[in-house]
Design a protein around this ligand. Structure first.
Ligand code: NOJ
Length: 606
């Protein structure tokens, strides 16, 4: 792909900025995305306009008013690029075209314009750790060991002393994230290529400057179309310790994982050139355009120290990263499909550590849900009797931390997990590969189904329920995956009509963030860290304080404010936002009783 880094933005290429600009002038020192709320759309399951059972871009455009009412500033659009859909679009075969299942480039331009008209920017998903094996780069690379693009991917011969193809001949013992070896033998040349994800997702070799040049050119091409930034898929895997500049490095086997393959993570996560690659990308892409963009890196396994470096504005790399430590707190000995109950103090402590760690330098991305995680109300809330209250309370604690909150489609409706009871209902390759491995791993069917029901990525991938019409108004055809039961009552139309709904609670949280600088800037302090039901913290600026108290249990919870370190200061009389219509308040003695799953955010002057 050819273009020049110094290309001038074409008219209309700046991101839509009315609301952002207003806030920017209110707080010149603060980047616009500090006050923004991002909403993630997983296109396949959002809204289907043509009745083929698969959500599409015109479907998204037709639902923009829902998002405008919610008040979000940005849509992160999961991949809509051309793809064979081995991993639902995270396997891209053409970065500069839209997959026909989702529509056309013209549809996307129209979506960008219609979103802009509502003050909403579009952030594209950037999936450049790997391509599809059907991308022309990979086709060329695999065509011969002499291909000019051979070095664009990670090719390695069989392990010394073995014959290619025999068990154990893989260059290392690394397992892929999606079961099986991370190496695939290519018969044509007798060499293996690396695929950290599925075998249809070969890893790009970022050491090769031509690869990087193509990617930066592609990113500029998207910025010229008027997008507001990028969410960067597994971006901290792009610098691998496999030997720089084509010189084979040490290929070390990894420690055994639960499935018998080796853990190669230390060899390819947060590698030595990460900071250099991100800084180069920033300079080659974002510095070439006027305006400021939102960049968020997906960074599994990232440590706080690394995150601080990636998001330190002085380093000019990315604005924020998604960390995963809290998402692992309910993984059991057998991994994520062997979940264990959450111990609330661990979760509070984890988020607090990230609050403190990025308080001075960097910025947090706050999330419960995305297309890879189960639904939060089922995971750590109560999707039965207390569905509404627990969804609101989980939203409150997250959105009142410091950072940019991300809302995943359906989360604002308090959607529960998919409720699948048979293997035939699953579509996700991670779940299906795991199921295919179950016999070998000695996992019984009931255990397998329990693990998948709790943790499968399909939990978050069922269609968004829009109304009570057939298939919840998602499609006039057959949905590509079963609907989550209960959509006759849990749907967007019903939620928008009910001021007490989860939807309106999210809307109020977004509104509060936009209106009140304490939500954005206030220093964070965790209270009662060891309490197993109460999540309490303060956010404080020079002139105001928010006091957040949340009951994360189905039992009534009483405590004295003094017990949690809040015995002084102005009375807690003003309620900024609350889960229940009539918020509970401290009595004359400073004792507060919260109902099951109740949360209250008080605001006072300091
Ligand atoms: C992370 C994405 O969020 C996930 O959905 C995908 O399967 C992998 N990266 C591979 O792209």
């Amino acid at each position: 792909m050819t273009d020049t880094a110094d290309a001038v933005a074409v008219p209309g290429s700046e991101p839509p900025v009315t609301r952002r600009e207003r806030r920017r002038s209110e707080a010149a020192a603060r980047p616009w995305w500090h006050t923004a709320v991002v909403y993630q759309v997983y296109p396949r399951s959002f809204s289907d306009s043509d009745g083929d059972g698969i959500g599409d871009i015109p479907g998204i455009t037709s639902r923009l008013d829902h998002l405008a009412e919610l008040g979000v500033d940005v849509i992160w659009l999961s991949p809509v690029y051309r793809s064979p859909h081995d991993d639902n679009g995270y396997d891209i075969s053409d970065y500069t075209d839209v997959d026909p299942a989702f529509g056309t480039l013209a549809d996307l331009d129209h979506l960008i314009a219609e979103a802009a008209a509502r003050d909403i920017g579009i952030v594209m998903d950037l999936v450049v750790n790997h391509t599809s094996d059907e991308h022309e780069w990979f086709r060329d690379s695999r065509s011969s060991a002499d291909s000019a693009k051979r070095d664009w991917y990670w090719w390695r011969p069989a392990r010394p002393g073995t014959t290619a193809g025999e068990p154990g001949a893989e260059p290392t013992n690394w397992g892929s994230f999606f079961s099986g070896s991370a190496w695939q033998l290519d018969e044509a040349t007798g060499e293996y290529y690396l695929h950290l994800f599925s075998r249809k997702q070969p890893d790009l070799n970022w050491e090769n400057p031509e690869v990087r040049g193509e990617i930066y050119a592609m990113m500029r091409w998207w910025l010229r179309r008027g997008i507001a930034g990028f969410r960067m898929d597994v971006i901290n895997l792009i610098s691998k310790r496999l030997g720089a500049d084509g010189v084979p490095g040490s290929l070390a086997d990894g420690a055994p994982r639960a499935d018998g393959w080796g853990n190669g993570f230390p060899q390819y996560v947060d590698g030595p050139r990460m900071d250099a690659f991100l800084a180069e990308m920033h300079q080659q892409v974002f510095d070439a355009f006027p305006g400021t963009y939102l960049t968020v890196g997906e960074t599994p396994g990232v440590t706080l120290e690394q995150a601080r470096s990636y998001t330190d504005p002085a380093n000019r790399e990315v604005d924020m990263v998604f960390q995963f430590e809290h998402m692992g707190l309910d993984s059991g000995v057998g991994g994520k499909f062997d979940p264990k109950p959450l111990h609330l103090p661990d979760l509070k402590a984890n988020l607090a550590r990230w609050q403190d760690g990025l308080a001075e330098t960097g910025w947090n991305a706050l999330y419960w849900d995305n297309h890879d995680q189960p639904r939060i109300v089922s995971r750590w809330g109560d999707d039965g009797e207390h569905r509404v209250a627990s969804a609101k309370t989980l939203a409150t604690v997250l959105h009142l931390h410091r950072g940019t909150p991300y809302v995943y489609q359906g989360e604002e409706l308090g959607m529960p997990n998919a409720g699948f009871t048979s293997l035939a209902q699953y579509r996700d390759l991670e779940s299906l590969n795991y199921a295919a491995d179950a016999d070998r791993l000695g996992i019984e069917e009931a255990t397998l189904l329990r693990g998948l029901a709790a943790q499968s990525r399909d939990n978050a991938r069922t269609p968004v329920p829009w109304d009570a019409s057939p298939n919840a108004g998602f499609t006039t055809g057959e949905p590509w995956i079963d609907m989550t039961p209960g959509w006759e009552t849990v749907n967007a139309q019903a939620a928008r009509a009910d001021q007490g709904s989860v939807f309106h609670h999210y809307r109020r949280l977004v509104e509060l963030r936009h209106a009140d600088p304490v939500v954005v800037d206030g220093a964070f302090e965790l209270l009662a860290p060891d309490h197993e039901q109460l999540w309490a913290f303060t956010r404080t600026t020079a002139d105001a304080q928010l006091v957040v108290v949340a009951n994360l249990s189905g039992e009534e919870l009483g405590f004295a404010m003094a017990e949690i370190g809040l015995d002084g200061g102005a009375p807690l009389s003003e309620v900024a936002v609350a889960s229940h219509a009539e918020a509970s308040r401290p009595d004359g003695e400073g004792r507060l009783v919260l109902r099951p799953w109740e949360s209250v955010v008080f605001r006072r002057a300091v």
